[in-house]
Design a binder for this molecule. Structure first.
Ligand code: XIL
Length: 316
């Protein structure tokens, strides 16, 4: 096998993984993760989230994130930053702070500026905001940010991000924006509106936490619709979970699903790359959050390539 990143690169795209700090002490894991033929990009899985980087106000901690960034840099892998403003993994000093609009604006600006300046020039993408759209698809998600500032919190975050590291591509990232539906349409309209106001959004990040056998038929059309706004599209957190137990037939279905996602990206000129949310099944977050589901990644727990791997390879 030539490797997924090597294949993606031939068409100007990348293939990458998310990884988290526990993996840094697993030599077997690392020997696979550093293979730049497979993986050209590393996303920091948890350690750049607000609770990790600014656990209390104006007290910043970067050691855990830096360890992953340094691992990627040592291998010559590019790094995606994830994520600056998110309602989850948000320290309670922010969520319970009862700040007024001016104060919360300063807090967002300070956080974005500090974190991005620390890693300036070392990250090629940042997920500036994460999961800002409500699941119903007709409003912004309720959070301390939307409650206090409305839609303006997104503009505040992106403007501070552009200022802090002008060369970095800035993304709005979300889940369940795969097919054409209310949530993806709200997201499309939101990005369009923000771009019209001059908010510096460079790309839409599609998390793509999908369910095998239920991948929407309209992913290509929907992701191309995002790209038609004049922004890049990145598949940022791909995994395709299987209802357990695993069978050969389910692995074949999962191969089809990975193939469909990869084909959709490959057919959209502005779809710049695909990141899977870790690569061997025993490191996946899925079993801890979705009981009775798992085996969501292209490598099994013994680092053996699954049919899903070949589903990706065949579409690149
Ligand atoms: C997940 C991590 O993988 C877990 O380790 C953590 O406990 C929870 O968050 N969408 C996102 C990611 O944007 O940050 C999430 O990562 C998965 C869902």
């Amino acid at each position: 096998d030539p490797g997924l990143h090597a294949l993606a690169t031939r068409k100007g795209r990348y293939f990458g993984i998310a990884m988290d700090n526990p993996a840094l002490s697993d030599q077997t894991y690392l020997s696979y993760a550093k293979n730049t033929k497979e993986f050209g990009v590393v996303t920091v899985g948890n350690s750049l989230k607000w609770d990790a980087t600014e656990p209390s106000r104006n007290s910043f901690s970067y050691d855990r994130a830096d360890a992953i960034v340094k691992f990627a840099e040592a291998n010559g892998q590019a790094v995606r930053g994830h994520t600056l403003v998110w309602h989850s993994q948000l320290p309670s000093w922010v969520s319970n702070g009862n700040f007024n609009a001016a104060e919360l604006t300063r807090i967002i600006e300070s956080h974005v500026t500090n974190v991005m300046t620390k890693f300036k020039g070392r990250l090629f993408h940042w997920d500036v905001v994460n999961e800002v759209v409500d699941d119903g698809g007709n409003k912004l998600r309720d959070s301390v940010f939307s409650r206090t500032l409305g839609e303006e919190f997104i503009a505040i975050a992106f403007r501070a991000a552009r200022k802090a590291d002008p060369a970095c591509k800035l993304y709005i990232n979300d889940y369940n924006i795969d097919g054409l539906d209310a949530k993806s349409t709200f997201t499309y309209d939101l990005v369009k509106r923000l771009l019209a106001k001059g908010v510096p959004i460079d790309g839409v990040g599609v998390q793509a936490h999908l369910i095998s056998g239920s991948v929407p038929g309209s992913i290509q059309e929907n992701w191309a619709r995002f790209a038609s706004l004049g922004v890049d599209v990145a598949i940022t957190e791909l995994d395709i979970r299987i209802p357990l137990p695993v069978t050969d037939a389910k692995l074949q279905q999962q191969k089809k699903d990975y193939n469909a996602v990869t084909k959709a990206c490959a057919s959209i000129p502005r779809c710049v790359g695909i990141t899977i949310w870790d690569f061997p099944d025993h490191y996946s977050w899925i079993p801890s959050v979705f009981p009775q589901e798992g085996a969501a990644l292209p490598w099994d727990s013994n680092y053996k390539k699954k049919p899903a791997y070949y589903g990706i390879q065949e579409a690149l």
